[in-house]
Design a protein around this ligand. Structure first.
Ligand code: ZN
Length: 471
C-alpha cells in the first residue's frame, strides 16, 4: 500500500498534535498531544482516537509540552506498549510534565466527585500517575542527528527545533522501491536570535513538510525581549514596588530570568532580588541547567565554562513555607510564579496581596486564553475574583507579547526557506497546529512565495502520500 498520513489532532487547532503514518512496514504516531482550551476541545481527549493504540509500532515525540506529549499516558491506559523515541532532554522534561498532568487529572476527578457535577459516577481521571509512569518507562532517548532504523525501509532522526529544551523536528525517510520519500514534521518551531534557546536547524531537503502555524498570521514585536522587559519594569522598581510576573514554568520562566539577569548585569535595571516561586519552575530550571550543553540551548549560556542560567540574586521557593516568606518582604523585588494565565497556583496568593497597591506591577508574558483571569485583566476589568473575594485592580499591569517560544510568520517562512539540497523547497506542505485563520494565512503565503502545494488538513483527514509523491 501507499504510505498514508492522517491528522488526528493539531488540525484546525493549536493543541492535540497526533499525526499517524502507515506504511506496509510500520504504523507510527508523531506526537500524542492532549487537546486543551475550550471545553469542546477538551472533550475530545475522552473520545476514542481514530487509531488503535495497541497496533502502533513506535512513537516519535518532538517535545515535552502537554499539547504534544500529554496524551501519552492515556495511550498507555488504552494498551499502547511500544517504544517512544525522544531526545534525552525531552525525556527529562516529560518526567516533570507528565506526572504533573496526571496529578491535575486526578485532582479534577476528585473535585468533580466532591461537587457531583460529572455525568459519570464516579468521575474518573483521564489518566493516573501510574499511567504517566507507564508512558515514561517506554521512552528511549536518542541524540539529535542520530539515525534510527525503525522498520524495514523506515528511518528517522531528530533535529533541533530551538523551541524549548530538547525540542526537535523529525525527519522521516520511507523507502519506496528505488526511491526514498522524505517527510519532515516541524514540531514547534522556535525563534531566531533570542536568548536561552538556539536557532532552529535548517529544514532538511524533503518532499513533504508537516508544519506548525501557531503564529502563522502574526509577527512578534521587533524590539528586543530585554528592552520590552526593562521598559515595563523600570518605573515599578523605581517606586519600590514588587513586580509580579505570572509565567509558564517550563521555558518561559527561565527565559524571563535570563533576560532579567542580563539587564541587571548591564546596569539597565537595579540589582533587585528575583524570586522564582513555583515548584514546577524550580524543577524545570534544574533540568535546564542539567542539560545546559544541549543543542537546543544557546551556546553563549556556557561560553565561559560556567552556567549563566542562575543569576546570583535569584532565590528559589519550592515549599509552601518558602513561598509564604515572600509575603513579608518589601519591594523593590521581582516575583516569578505560575500559572501563566492566572488560573491557579501560587501566583493567586501574590495577586491578592499585590493588586491593591499602586506601586506594584503585574507583567503578563504569555498568551492569555479566553475565559482566564489574565484575559479579564487585559480587557480592563477593575476587579478580579480570587479565592472567592473581589480584589480591586490598583496596580498597573502590562502584557508583553514578544516572549513567545514560537516562530512568527516571518520566521516560519525563513525556516522553510532554509531548506538546502537539490529540491530546495518541499513539494507539499501540510499546515497544521494553528487556529484556522493562522493556518490558512500561512498556507496562502507559502503557496505564493515558494510555489509549494499546501493543505490545511481537517481533523481525521487522511492523505495518500504515494499519489501526492507521483502527482
Ligand atoms: Zn511546544
Amino acid at each position: 500500500m501507499n504510505p498514508k498520513l492522517s491528522f488526528h489532532g493539531g488540525a484546525g487547532t493549536v493543541t492535540g498534535s497526533r499525526y499517524l503514518v502507515e506504511t506496509d512496514a510500520a504504523r507510527f504516531l508523531v506526537d500524542a498531544g492532549m487537546f486543551q482550551g475550550l471545553k469542546k476541545l477538551r472533550e475530545r481527549n475522552w473520545e476514542k482516537p481514530g487509531f488503535d493504540p495497541e497496533a502502533l509500532d513506535f512513537l516519535l515525540l518532538t517535545h515535552a509540552h502537554i499539547d504534544h506529549a500529554g496524551y501519552l499516558p492515556r495511550l498507555v491506559k488504552d494498551g499502547f506498549r511500544s517504544p517512544i523515541y525522544c531526545t534525552p532532554a525531552t525525556q527529562s522534561l516529560a518526567r516533570l510534565l507528565l506526572r504533573d498532568s496526571a496529578r491535575i487529572q486526578e485532582e479534577d476527578a476528585k473535585y468533580a466527585n466532591r461537587k457531583g457535577f460529572s455525568k459519570h459516577k464516579p468521575a474518573l481521571p483521564l489518566y493516573t500517575t501510574k499511567d504517566a509512569i507507564g508512558a515514561l518507562a517506554l521512552m528511549e532517548p536518542v541524540e539529535y542527528g542520530q539515525w534510527l532504523d525503525l522498520a524495514k525501509g523506515v528511518r528517522a532522526r531528530f533535529l533541533n527545533a530551538g523551541h524549548i529544551l530538547g525540542a526537535a523536528m523529525v525527519e522521516v525517510h520511507l523507502e519506496m522501491g528505488e526511491r526514498t520519500m522524505r517527510i519532515v514534521f516541524s514540531g514547534d518551531v522556535g525563534r531566531y536570535n533570542v536568548p536561552l534557546h538556539s536557532d532552529p536547524d535548517p529544514l532538511p531537503d524533503c518532499h513533504f513538510l508537516v508544519m506548525e502555524s501557531t503564529y502563522g498570521d502574526r509577527e512578534h514585536k521587533s524590539s528586543s525581549m530585554e528592552d520590552q522587559i526593562r521598559d515595563a519594569l523600570i518605573d515599578c522598581l523605581d517606586r519600590k514596588g514588587t513586580a509580579l510576573i505570572p509565567s509558564f514554568a517550563v521555558g518561559r520562566s527561565q527565559l524571563v530570568t535570563l533576560c532579567l539577569r542580563q539587564l541587571i548585569r548591564a546596569g539597565r535595571l537595579p540589582d533587585v532580588p528575583i524570586h522564582i516561586d513555583s515548584p514546577m519552575a524550580v524543577d524545570a530550571t534544574r533540568i535546564y541547567s542539567r542539560h545546559i550543553q544541549d543543542l537546543s540551548l544557546d551556546e553563549s549560556l556556557t561560553a565561559d565554562g560556567r552556567s549563566r542560567l542562575f543569576p546570583n540574586n535569584v532565590k528559589f521557593h519550592k515549599s509552601v513555607a518558602e513561598s509564604k516568606q515572600l509575603n513579608r518582604l518589601p519591594g523593590p523585588r521581582i516575583v516569578i510564579s505560575s500559572s501563566g494565565m492566572l488560573t491557579a497556583g501560587r501566583v493567586l496568593h501574590h495577586l491578592k496581596r499585590l493588586l491593591p497597591d499602586k506601586r506594584n506591577l503585574i507583567m503578563l508574558v504569555g498568551y492569555q486564553a479566553a475565559g482566564t483571569r489574565g484575559r479579564a485583566m487585559m480587557e480592563g476589568k477593575k476587579t478580579v475574583r480570587v479565592h472567592g473575594k473581589n480584589i480591586s485592580v490598583e496596580a498597573p499591569f502590562i502584557s508583553i507579547s514578544g516572549l513567545s517560544a514560537h516562530a512568527d510568520q516571518k520566521e516560519l517562512l525563513r525556516w522553510v526557506r532554509s531548506a538546502g539540497g537539490s529540491r530546495e523547497q518541499p513539494d507539499t506542505i501540510f499546515v497544521t497546529h494553528g487556529e484556522p485563520r493562522s493556518s490558512s494565512a500561512l498556507a496562502t503565503l507559502l503557496q505564493n512565495k515558494l510555489g509549494s502545494r499546501t493543505f490545511t488538513p481537517k481533523l481525521g483527514q487522511s492523505f495518500d502520500l504515494g499519489e501526492l509523491f507521483d502527482g
